[in-house]
Design a protein around this ligand. Structure first.
Ligand code: SF4
Length: 455
């Protein structure tokens, strides 16, 4: 990872690791065939999904995403309608137009294999793409979706070039301690330091425009979510709740109290994640399943302060990005590796730290807010019912909003460093994730996934 803002990417739901990552991987494979002049030679494809992608890929839209990626579609620009249209056209016609250039026969029941008991050795979210001319293999590549929509090749994951601290930036860091020391030594806030690092990749206007784009998509996903009350896609047939909750909150007498704002923010988190579950456009923050927490906490700040200045918005997003980067560098944001603590737990931690920053917290308080939010998310498992990013995911984002606000408020009451550092908690989260049984790591083989009857 280079730019800290890469932790926030714009794409469609429902899953960054199981939808956005596979779409990018499919796209990368087809692009490699194109650039090596092999695309026109392809007569058939075989795509094998391993581990968590095989176990929950159906519910997480993985197959739809791969088909879209093969057709040349990109997560950031594809619309929900075009995404669905592309998938259903391939299903109906049993033909696929690779990168909108080369049409071949394609039967997804035969050409995409869900190898459920198997796992590639490097990562639980593995994919193998193979292209054939008649029956002769002409190209093959393995990709790994490592969380948050990030995809790496077999070479990259084998050489562990996934987690660089770029020497290109003026303030490189690998840990919270290094980040906070650099801020203190240079008299910079976290957001100011990250901004200076970002200038190594983009100019000031590009950074601002990227942040405003992220904030706009976050806001739009809330608006789309509170306007819809149809049924969520998938076998559970759950009616969306955000609109009804929002309407109810509009009628309460307690408007303009912080408690009311908190309830509204929780509703906004539900709205974003209902939009995510419906193939809507969201910002991975740091993943799609956790996409609602940070936008909702940002809205909470806006409600408390009757809006937000551009400077505060930039401070919020860059502080959250820095904290997310620490988790990505020191642990993982992939539920297949560390459970939901790595997704919604990290989102809550990022949101708590960012909220503390914009509310005037110092470095100690920001670290403490982020640390508290994760300390009380440790051990959170990933057990999505029916493999869908709905239960417990949607409501869990709302609870993570509450935890972020509480962690921030608690941290702002004190000025002394806590016994537990953010680095301690990141290390603990990784160890806890490694100790967690595979059943609880995005496989739908345990927890709620096996105790809720899907009728
Ligand atoms: S339980 Fe958490 S980690 Fe698992 S799919 Fe849902 S949001 Fe993602």
């Amino acid at each position: 990872m280079n730019s800290a803002l890469e932790i926030f990417s714009i794409g469609i739901g429902p899953s960054s690791s199981h939808t956005i990552g596979p779409m990018k991987a499919a796209n990368n494979f087809i692009n490699s065939l194109y650039t090596t002049n092999q695309l026109n030679l392809v007569s058939s494809l075989k795509i094998s999904l391993y581990g968590s992608l095989a176990l929950t890929g159906d519910g997480h839209g993985t197959i739809m995403a791969i088909i879209n990626g093969l057709c040349g579609n990109i997560p950031k620009t594809i619309t929900k309608n075009d995404f669905l249209k592309c998938y259903f056209s391939v299903v109906a016609n049993k033909k696929i137009n690779l990168q909108n250039t080369k049409e071949i026969n394609f039967d997804l029941n035969k050409d995409i294999l869900l190898l459920k008991p198997k796992c590639l050795p490097q990562h639980p979210n593995g994919m193998r793409f193979e292209a054939f001319t008649n029956d002769t293999l002409i190209s093959t590549a393995d990709f790994f979706s490592i969380g948050g929509g990030f995809v790496v090749s077999a070479t990259e994951i084998n050489n562990a070039v996934v987690l660089p601290t770029s020497a290109k930036v003026p303030f490189p860091f690998n840990s919270g301690k290094q980040l906070f020391n650099l801020c203190a030594q240079n008299n910079l806030t976290i957001a100011e330091l990250i901004f200076k690092n970002e200038l190594s990749y983009k100019n000031k206007n590009q950074i601002h425009s990227e942040i405003f784009d992220i904030a706009n998509v976050m806001y739009n996903s809330i608006q789309a979510g509170i306007a819809a009350n149809d049924i969520l896609p998938g076998s559970l047939k759950i009616r969306k709740r955000a609109k009804a909750l929002y309407d109810k909150l509009q009628q309460t007498a307690a408007a303009n109290s912080s408690e009311h704002y908190r309830s509204l923010a929780m509703t906004y988190a539900i709205a974003v994640n209902e939009e995510n579950a419906s193939f809507g456009k969201v910002v991975t923050a740091p993943t799609n399943g956790a996409a609602g927490t940070i936008p909702a906490v940002l809205e909470y700040y806006k409600l408390l302060n009757h809006g937000i200045s551009d400077d505060k918005l930039i401070e919020f997003i860059l502080t959250a990005a820095a904290i997310g980067m620490l988790y990505k560098l020191g642990a993982s944001i992939s539920a297949a590796e560390v459970g939901c603590q790595g997704e919604i737990g990290v989102a809550s931690s990022m949101a708590a730290g960012a909220l503390a920053a914009v509310l005037g917290g110092d470095l100690i308080q920001i670290e403490k807010a982020a640390e508290i939010a994760m300390e009380h998310s440790l051990g959170m498992t990933c057990d999505p019912v029916a493999g869908l990013v709905q239960i417990p995911c949607i409501e869990r984002n709302a609870l993570a909003v509450g935890r972020a606000i509480d962690a921030c408020n608690l941290a702002l009451l004190e000025h002394k460093p806590g016994i537990v550092s953010l680095d301690d908690i990141i290390k603990t989260m990784l160890q806890t994730g490694r100790d967690m049984a595979i059943h609880y790591k995005e496989t739908s083989l345990g927890g709620l996934a096996v105790n809720i009857i899907n009728c």
